[in-house]
Design a protein around this ligand. Structure first.
Ligand SMILES: [Zn+2]
Length: 154
């Protein structure tokens, strides 16, 4: 787990796959380390990069050969944005990205306003459903007049 905490999401620099809540299980048997990750967004182009980085990080930390480390994605448990750690919320805000709100029925049906990560105002509006990545939307803050990205609740 310590090695995996050094594996960053390539689309969110400084945010590890552990902080994102992507690590489902780590199991060690006599022959291999088996790591199961939960994919946040199906079809996310970063998944293959994160798998390769996870193998490399565990290999370096343990001295195991890469073929002794199996990293798989599983849909056994659905990833939700509630798995994102509070430390990750702070890291996202410091990069101008609004963290995902707690998933409630109200959030999913009424899309309440998203707080601006720069000034905290909720006087914001959605500008576009898709930001630079599929997991983020573009917003505009009327209070401080800055655009910002928001991680979508899932
Ligand atoms: Zn603002």
């Amino acid at each position: 787990m310590a090695a995996l905490d050094h594996v960053m999401d390539p689309e969110m620099p400084g945010v590890s796959i552990v902080a994102l809540g992507m690590v489902h299980t780590v199991a060690v048997d006599r022959e291999r380390v088996r790591i199961t990750l939960l994919p946040p967004f199906v079809g996310c182009p970063a998944l293959d990069v994160m798998r390769a980085r996870a193998v490399s990080a565990v290999s370096q930390a343990t001295g195991l050969e890469p073929d002794e480390i199996v990293v798989e994605y599983s849909a056994a448990v659905p990833w939700t944005s509630d798995r994102v750690a509070p430390s990750c919320h702070r890291a996202l805000r410091s990069r101008g990205i609004a963290p995902p709100p707690r998933v409630t029925e109200e959030v999913m049906t009424e899309m309440p306003p998203v707080a601006c990560p720069w000034c905290g105002s909720v006087d914001t509006e959605a500008e576009g459903v898709f930001g630079p990545t599929a997991c983020r939307s573009i917003y505009y803050c009327r209070a401080c007049r800055n655009p910002f990205e928001a991680m979508k609740p899932v």
